[in-house]
Design a protein around this ligand. Structure first.
Ligand SMILES: Nc1ncnc2c1ncn2[C@@H]1O[C@H](COP(=O)(O)OP(=O)(O)O)[C@@H](O)[C@H]1O
Ligand SMILES: O=C(CO)[C@@H](O)[C@H](O)COP(=O)(O)O
Length: 480
């Protein structure tokens, strides 16, 4: 471990991780040796699916304002994946970034899919079927809809790349734009299996090749500020969470933040022609097969608003209803959906009768619907012979007791809830500690488990019925 006098606090070396995610920026400062979180702070982002990157920087500065980064030796950024940040030849932002949950490029995704010969051709080329989240589809949209802006684009980077560069620019240590394998694998023009860019695909989408960031290896440094702060490669937020959770084989993460994600570490690249699982890379040099939905925690906040209660009351109501919500089912496609690929879908509430029309059943249907949407991801991993030994539940909505209790039956696996922490930030901090140490592997940090929820035998059938009814409703409503 490198030490610089003023970076050591009470004999400890401190590292920081930044989670620049959809709704907010969170900064955690950890003890580099043990991973213990010693300080943390957060600041909100504006709502919406396009945002000027300066808003992320302002949130970062606001979170850091209380001196949280004092004495920190190294830092890394975990960022929301896929967002398109376009820069001109002076590195000025060309237009607001289009985020992972912006679905305006749905037509571009369909066109690009057809042009290459179908979804399987993209899975073969870059490991994932195209949906509007992928950066490459946003580039096609920009070329088609905003040609004047498109003409000004000299380079394209991702949210975490931009934040990493901004930290270095601020500290007079910027040399070049960089990214990592994990985040690059969500662009649609970098292949995790081959470890290389597919600039021919970027050119196909945008009409010409633009500059892309250098892909750093997991413990490589992006740079150092003149103040001495080491800046590690950073990664996508899900890859950051995987690193923060110190996952073992058989550990499948279900993250219930703005997005819902299901992912697990894997030694080799997975190619899923069905399109459910994206073949991403992780932040350790291996792979992170991942399924992502547009709708997760905000399904609960929207339902709470609809009933006129807060999240604590929604939880209490959901726990009072029986499994199956008296026959109510909610397809939670409130923001359209990514998996299944239904960008223009809206939510559906089905099975309503005079006797089941209660706040309790509605609350329960929201919890069950949000989770049923993710059951497909866990089952798609099983279909690829990936071991599902236990589910680790993280993200904002993992705080809900109803979610924790309903999840094991629906996922057909025991659920553990790690001690509350910002795991994307912790993972980014662990990467920073790794880059600082120059060791071949990241430091060993223990994962603290808060609570465990077993599959209760009595629940199994009830939950199988809930999932079957939900799938039948998806087929009836959307023909898939
Ligand atoms: N007890 C709870 N039940 C349900 N949702 C919650 C709860 N606590 C927080 N949330 C929701 O979690 C979301 C934030 O989760 P987070 O994982 O921080 O998201 P992101 O990383 O995408 O910004 C918010 O929509 C918030 O309302
Ligand atoms: O698009 C994906 C994963 O492919 C999302 O998971 C984003 O990375 C946003 O994450 P959160 O803001 O919900 O953490």
């Amino acid at each position: 471990m490198e030490h610089q006098g003023d970076h050591v606090t009470d004999g400890r070396t401190l590292v920081a991780g930044v989670d620049s995610s959809t709704q907010s920026t969170k900064i955690v400062v950890c003890d580099a040796e043990t991973g213990q979180v010693v300080r943390s702070a957060r600041a909100p982002h504006p709502d919406g699916t396009e945002v000027h990157p300066d808003r992320w920087w302002e949130a970062y500065e606001q979170a850091a304002a209380g001196g949280i980064l004092e004495g920190v030796a190294a830092i890394a950024v975990g960022g929301q994946q896929h967002g398109m940040v376009t820069l001109d030849d002076e590195d000025t932002v060309v237009r607001d970034a289009l985020l992972w949950n912006d679905t305006r490029s749905a037509g571009a995704a369909r066109d690009l899919t057809a042009e290459l010969g179908g979804a399987a051709a993209w899975v073969e080329a870059v490991g994932s079927a195209l949906v509007p989240s992928f950066t490459v589809t946003k580039l096609r949209w920009l070329a088609e809809h905003e040609p004047e802006r498109a003409a000004r684009v000299a380079r394209v980077v991702l949210p975490h790349d931009w934040m990493t560069g901004r930290i270095l620019q601020q500290g007079n240590g910027f040399e070049r734009w960089s990214t990592d394998r994990g985040d690059a694998s969500g662009t649609g023009y970098w292949s995790a299996a081959d470890g290389d860019y597919r600039l021919d695909l970027l050119e196909r989408a945008f009409g010409r090749v633009v500059e892309v960031p250098e892909v750093l290896s997991p413990a490589q440094r992006a740079g150092r500020t003149t103040g001495g702060l080491l800046v590690a490669a950073g990664t996508g937020d899900n890859m950051g969470a995987a690193l923060g959770l110190t996952l073992q084989p058989g550990d499948v993460v279900v993250s219930l933040g703005t997005s819902g994600t299901v992912f697990t570490p894997h030694r080799s690249a997975i190619r899923d022609e069905s399109g459910a699982i994206a073949g991403f890379a992780d932040a350790t040099g291996h792979h992170l097969p991942l399924m992502c939905t547009l709708n997760a925690a905000r399904v609960l906040t929207a339902t709470a608003r609809m009933i006129g209660v807060d999240l604590a009351e929604l939880d209490r109501l959901a726990l009072q209803a029986s499994p199956g919500a008296g026959g109510l089912s909610l397809l939670p496609y409130l923001d359209g959906e990514r998996t299944p690929d239904l960008p223009d879908a809206t939510g559906t509430l089905a099975g309503l009768t005079r006797s089941n029309a209660t706040p309790e059943n509605l609350a329960r249907a929201a919890v069950e619907g949000m989770l049923c949407n993710l059951v497909a991801g866990v089952d798609a991993l099983r279909d690829k012979d990936v071991e599902v030994r236990r589910i680790l539940l993280i993200g904002g909505a993992a705080a809900s007791r109803a979610v924790r209790e309903v999840a094991p039956g629906l996922f057909r696996a025991p659920v553990v809830v790690p001690a509350p922490a910002e795991y994307v930030g912790v993972g980014a901090a662990r990467q920073a500690a790794w880059a600082l140490s120059a060791e071949p592997a990241p430091p060993t940090w223990d994962l603290e488990i808060d609570s465990e929820y077993a599959v209760r035998p009595g629940d199994e059938q009830a939950h199988a019925d809930v999932v079957a009814r939900y799938q039948a409703l998806v087929t009836r409503t959307h023909g898939i």
